[in-house]
Ligand binder design. Sequence first.
Ligand code: 5CA
Ligand code: ZN
Length: 424
Amino acid sequence: MISWPAPARTPLPGRGVIPTIHDTATDARRQLEVTDGTAGVYVCGITPYDATHMGHAATYVTVDLLNRALLDAGAQVRFVENVTDVDDPLLERATRDGVDWRDLATSEIQLFRDDMSALRVIPPDHLVGVVESIDLIARDVRALLEVGAAYRVGRADATGHGEDDLYLDLSAQEEFGRTSGFTEHEMDEVFADRGGDPDREGKRTRFDPLLWRAARPGEPSWEADGLPVGRPGWHIECSAIAVEYLGTRFAVQCGGTDLVFPHHEMSAVQASALRGEGAFARSYLHQAMVGLDGEKMSKSKGNLVLVSRLRAQGEDPAAIRLVLLAHHYRTPWDWTDEALAEARARLGRWREADARTREDVTRPASTPTPAGLLGAVRRRIADDLDTPGALVEIDAWIERGADPVDLGGAPLHAIVETLLGLTL
Ligand code: 5CA
Ligand code: ZN
């Protein structure tokens, strides 16, 4: 499906370094692996049944920071994002509101594009919906059946009819547990809440994930060779889409921490079951949960601060983005109006300092000086995306008198636009 327009980025002198991140799977810091000059980046996209809230925005802005750092370090980025445009929560919301599920998805996806564009998030090279990917997902499910990694669970209804659903047999998958590092108890605590069905009769082990759901009356379904008429389970969509567009062993899989288990665990295990050990991502980046008044912000709870609502109220998207950047991606935090007011004030100070230094005749030549602000911001971001630290560097430069010589080779607006995605 179409993506959204790319934001402008002013070229900066010199180069940053390939960023180091905290990899969830190894619980250690790792520099991202760039292969033949290219890094494959995948992020789990939205389920389009409600508008983008600050939790989604935080996840996508974090991945955007990573993409910007990779580009600034001279890497090519292949960036892919899915859209879960058919799944239970979307269908349930459409039924509740009496609208067609396709119309709901179409309008929410467009709102998401507009929000991402306003927040100056670099668009994916491929924004890929599930509905347009049924064939390639079905191909993987079929292949899992053929290699004996999947099995059927009967679903005879009251009339004795009904096709089988398909599940992955985890007992044969040695890699299971490696991505999340969760104990069985930790898995049990979240599995059912996050779309799992531990107690489904006929499953071989409690955590076996649903690969393909045979059609139920009133639900959308597709015909696929060798499979019951039906639709894909959740995790297999990201397994199949990521590998199709990025190949195996791509650099990094991203999303919120709510996806560590089961979603990213299962996506990885399914890919390895088909394509061999370690076939999925080489590392994992997870955004901590953003909340409101002490609770995780979520569409199902309805405690939402929406990007589109703030935009409609006339809020500057740069101020919204600056609130997100003021928090480190691995620290959970709550949205507050005070944080937004602080971001507005900070943006004002930066704009004022930029206006004073933009036309300064003493502006330095375009050779970056390591001690300057540009180098400092680059180092902070390459260090596990330390955006709060990067903002402090900029504040400190202003507090020291905003001397253009100390910018280190580029005007403030270019540093901020290209590395942080903010327009001054
Ligand atoms: N479509 C699936 C992924 S394949 C999904 O999780 N969709 S979502 O709309 O629920 O979430 C979209 C993205 O935002 C996911 O990466 C999710 O981890 C992230 N996310 C959701 N809620 C929050 C939150 N409160 N804080 C931070 N990130 C969040
Ligand atoms: Zn996903």
